[in-house]
Ligand binder design. Sequence first.
Ligand code: SF4
Ligand code: SF4
Length: 449
Amino acid sequence: MKREKETLIAKTKAAGVVGAGGAGFPTHVKLNAEVETVIVNGAECEPLLAVDVQLMERKAEALAEALAQVVEALGAKNGIVALKGKHKAAADRLQKALAGMDKLRVELLGDYYPAGDEQALVYDITGNTVPEGGIPLAVGAVVLNVETLLNVGAAQRGQPVTTTYITVAGAVRQPITLSVPVGTPIAAAIDLAGGPLTGNFRVIEGGPMTGELLTQEEIEAGRAVCKKTTTGIIILPADHWLIQHYNVKLGVILQRAQSACCQCRLCTDLCPRYLLGHDIFPHLALNAVNHGHTANTSAITEAFLCSDCGVCELYACPVELSPRRVYRALKAELLRRGVRNPHRRQVEVRDTLMGRHIPVDHLITRLGLDGYDIPAPWSEIQFSPRQVIIPLKQHVGVPAEPLVEVGQRVEVGQVIAVPPPDKLGAAVHASIPGRVKEMTRTAITIVGE
Ligand code: SF4
Ligand code: SF4
């Protein structure tokens, strides 16, 4: 491996960089690859979220510099920032920042969901289809989220990941986009947006399509915190359609599916992975489950091909059934039984792909979010919480193991936990100066001094 690449990977690893816009895959592992194309995923297609677009506009030069470093170190031929054409100011700033950089350019995408899905993005940018169950590396590409790439750039300057950029939106007084220390309680982040507009609210961490509904108890106890992977905090009234939908239990979903699924197959016809050519047929999975079939037939193991995008349950199904939740349950059961994904076929996009993109404005209306689709402007607030609870697992892999003790004083940026040697994981750093107050199997609490 050439020295430049070794250094890039080592510094990225030491800084604890993980995919900031997804599950938190350790970035140093992703960078250990031979690729032709480095794609920066600036699609940000989840409604209400506005982190990436504002980062691209405000930190275009830093992004360009980091992209040039990665392209050079990986020996790639191209570095492409992909963002939606509607974000003209960000595109202009990036064009300017990338001017004169031979291998780097901007590509504009349509305003559809899920344009930011890695496989959809790779197809849009390169024309290549990632095989079923594969990753972009299979077609010579690596995809990095905007914040992730900025963190890679900062890592080369010796700066570890201690903050995370979030949009706080929905039923709050002043939607806002800002940086907060990792481990900041979500309740404190909601206060930074002026607080909720209603006393009876619920919180989704992430975007409305793929986020996770948090429990009231976690939020009130301060245990729900902003992680390296947190991009959004969406507050909605407890009786909002989306919250009600998220609250439906799996048993009820299965009961409803038995009585209400008319096999119209809209869930399949609009499924982004089906449209990319994958053999995933959610309507057949529901039919199989409705008839009590859970053996390892193709209809069941196709659960491994589901990207969890939410299109089937939150947009496509006319009777509000949830093939995604059924697939999640099937996938968990298959993994429990030790079954691995058998679907590895090379694919070709279906002819219907282009006509079936879901416009984001239609999606916003379908989700009942029109009233909340307002700007969440950038804020330079330097928020310093009194206490942070820093999870030991904010990434794909095994939890990091603590290097500190209760009562120990720590500085911002100090390594407080690392994954065991030779295990997949990411280092964790103190995000505020202070003293270690508590350590559990899952988190380290630091109280500011
Ligand atoms: S869209 Fe809904 S009703 Fe139609 S096949 Fe899919 S789950 Fe059944
Ligand atoms: S969540 Fe639904 S629409 Fe999305 S990939 Fe899975 S089955 Fe397809």
